[in-house]
Design a protein around this ligand. Structure first.
Ligand code: DP6
Length: 365
């Protein structure tokens, strides 16, 4: 694997004080990443829709430190972290670990004091993972600084490296730089795909999948019952792991065809099967976990009823938690949104749900 390409070029340039703001999206996987090896290498390829409304906005103020030689020797990265205006010491260890993993590729982080200000568009502790959008936002800000230090860095290489860096923080974050569909993980049928970074789905997508809708039903807003670190680790000794990784790669080949030929029925079948398989992996690991709640099942049954009665193409997918993402084509938007408001919102915690749709990736503010 050629990771040397991501080591920033040495530069004598100094920027005394600069500030960048990026808005980066959350994403929802259609074929799931679950299982990894060091350093953040996926056991199978995955693909996700980039979201539009669920995002993080992060500003980093970089201030050059004239005494930074000391910092790079002692290997400390100097940063403050604010979330929604408040200093958050408890979020710092995860970001410090992220900086440690990327310091080889971005040695300039020792030269600056970084003040990181971050906010999410979705409610705090809504059960929507903020690591994908959060880490890709930091990666984009770092790449903006790198572009100042190395002005010949192309946008394409900058996005590729941002995804590479984000991946080292959180695997799914590698899929939160571009859009509308991103593949992460080396796959024989996806040209240019890599375990090191996400790439835009490289083939023409059928019109039915343009502007796809995603309604996120917040069933359980509590702390994640299983952190993704623990969850991924459970795949190491898992009796079904090897078959699962093979199935996911087979499914990626299939969904690539489906996205091109517009077979929505096949899409529905594959996406729901992926979601249930992800949960099946956790039901059958040791220790074992049930991550659905009673209302998750209520919603799934109502979706199936609605689909049969209305000849609809709605389907659901799940992350490693109880919330339900409902996916549907744009031409069903009005009817499905009403169905959600009238029939499904009562299964959500505090009646909370978010209407979102497919988006196009990171935006510089
Ligand atoms: C279930 O990306 O959160 O959402 O690499 O440990 O940070 P880490 O894991 P993370 O795992 C996401 C798993 C998933 C499926 C997916 O998004 O593909």
């Amino acid at each position: 694997m050629n990771t040397a390409q991501f080591i920033s070029k040495e530069t004598k340039r100094i920027v005394e004080k600069v500030s960048f703001t990026w808005q980066t999206p959350s994403n929802i996987a259609l074929v799931k990443y679950w299982g990894k090896s060091n350093p953040q290498m996926p056991k199978n390829a995955s693909i996700s829709f980039t979201l539009n409304n669920c995002h993080t906005i992060t500003t980093i103020d970089f201030v050059y430190k004239h005494n930074s030689a000391f910092n790079s020797e002692s290997k400390t990265v100097d940063f403050d972290l604010f979330f929604e205006g408040e200093k958050k010491e408890e979020f710092k260890p995860k970001i410090a670990e992220f900086f440690k993993r990327i310091q080889e590729y971005c040695p300039y982080i020792f030269d600056y004091k970084m003040i990181i200000n971050s906010e999410n568009s979705f409610p705090h502790s809504s059960g929507i993972a903020s690591s994908a959008s959060g880490l890709s936002a930091i990666a984009m800000c770092l790449m903006s600084l790198e572009a100042e230090l190395n002005p010949d860095l192309s946008v394409e290489n900058s996005n590729k490296k941002a995804s590479f860096l984000a991946r080292l923080g959180s695997g799914s974050a590698s899929r939160s730089v571009e859009g509308p569909l991103v593949v992460w993980g080396n796959h024989p049928e996806i040209e240019g795909s890599s375990d090191l970074f996400g790439v835009q789905f490289p083939y023409k997508v059928h019109a039915v999948f343009e502007n796809y809708q995603d309604a996120i039903l917040l069933v359980d807003k509590g702390e994640k019952q299983v952190s993704s670190t623990i969850g991924h680790n459970l795949m190491h000794e898992h009796p079904y792991a090897e078959n699962r990784f093979k199935q996911a790669n087979d499914n990626l080949g299939k969904i690539s065809e489906i996205l091109q030929n517009g077979d929505v029925k096949a899409f529905v079948n594959l996406v729901e099967s992926e979601a249930l398989t992800l949960h099946a992996m956790m039901l059958t690991s040791n220790p074992y976990f049930i991550l659905m709640k009673p209302n998750t099942l209520e919603i799934i049954n109502k979706i199936w009823e609605y689909r049969n009665e209305n000849e609809s193409n709605i389907c659901f997918t799940l992350d490693a938690g109880a919330n339900v993402h409902i996916l549907y084509p744009k031409n069903e938007k009005e009817k499905v949104n009403q169905f959600i408001e009238n029939k499904l919102s009562k299964y959500c915690q505090n009646n909370q749900y978010i209407f979102d749709s497919v988006g196009f990736g990171a935006k510089k503010m």
